[in-house]
Design a protein around this ligand. Sequence first.
Ligand code: ZN
Length: 340
Amino acid sequence: MHKIELPRKVIVGEGAIYEIKNVCNELNLKSPLIFSGNFTKKFADIVCSEVGGKVVSVDNELNEINAEINKNLNFGFVCGVGGGSTIDKAKIYAFNNKLPFISIPTAASHDGIASPYASIGGGVSVKTNSPLAVIADTTIISNAPKNLTASGFGDAVSNFTAVLDWKLARDEKKEYFGDYAASLSNMSAEIVLQNSDKIFSDISILVEALISSSVAMAIAGSSRPSSGSEHLFSHALDMLSEKYKFKQALHGEQCGVGTIISSYLHEIYSHKNKEGWKKIRGALKDVGAPVNAKELGIDEKYVIEALKFAPKVRNRYTIFNKFNLERDAEKILKECKVIE
Ligand SMILES: [Zn+2]
């Protein structure tokens, strides 16, 4: 049986945050527990002034958050107002407490803004519910730091290789493959790639691509359409950063570099379209996203180790399974200019 659960309402536009009251009325939601980060508290306060509820900071210690929550256990829904990690924490809280969730992203930094998946750190994602509503205020999002937008761009283009990996798993391992979800995901990547010069002047292009990418995952019932080998590489970097105590880059930045590597490998494996990886690299450069270890701010030795380790991150069949990365990681990374 294949169950699909999608957001009921998606609102994208200037000043969209003020639609929260209408959304709550239409969905019959009252009394939100509002998660925000310290930099995004002013937006959480707007939500609170419109519909009431209580704002808690995800930057506080967990017991402080719980103390705030315990003062009032009658929350009707959960709102996440902030960047990727705020949205993820709110989504997980909502899921664990069986409460509806509204996603109000303040940056277009990754495709978790509307997806039924949340990162819990250290390269691990968990399945949750899709948000009941997504409110993406383009005035707020277009004022987010540029590196967050560039990161979102990296996460969107990563759909190219995620879909190629998914096809490979269908062809070689008879894995379930959803044509519609795959096409939707691929189209999101195609649209942002074609409009890389407009990403900062018209943020709605990227926001809509990230939402479509989330919806593709909800339709597929797995993260396959938007998470392939390039994500394994990013997860491997996250894991190694905990082990060796170096600072990881943003999720979408790491996935963008992973997409360069994975598209390069797909092109070698399929013996066709030998220039695609360069096009992706050029587009990432255009939006100011990192394209190599140096720009990620990560030592080359960790990037090499991450590529060797990536196939072991989780049991997901990808292009990495077609290469001897233990032996060739360094050579491959040099060939696609990720290391010098
Ligand atoms: Zn991602």
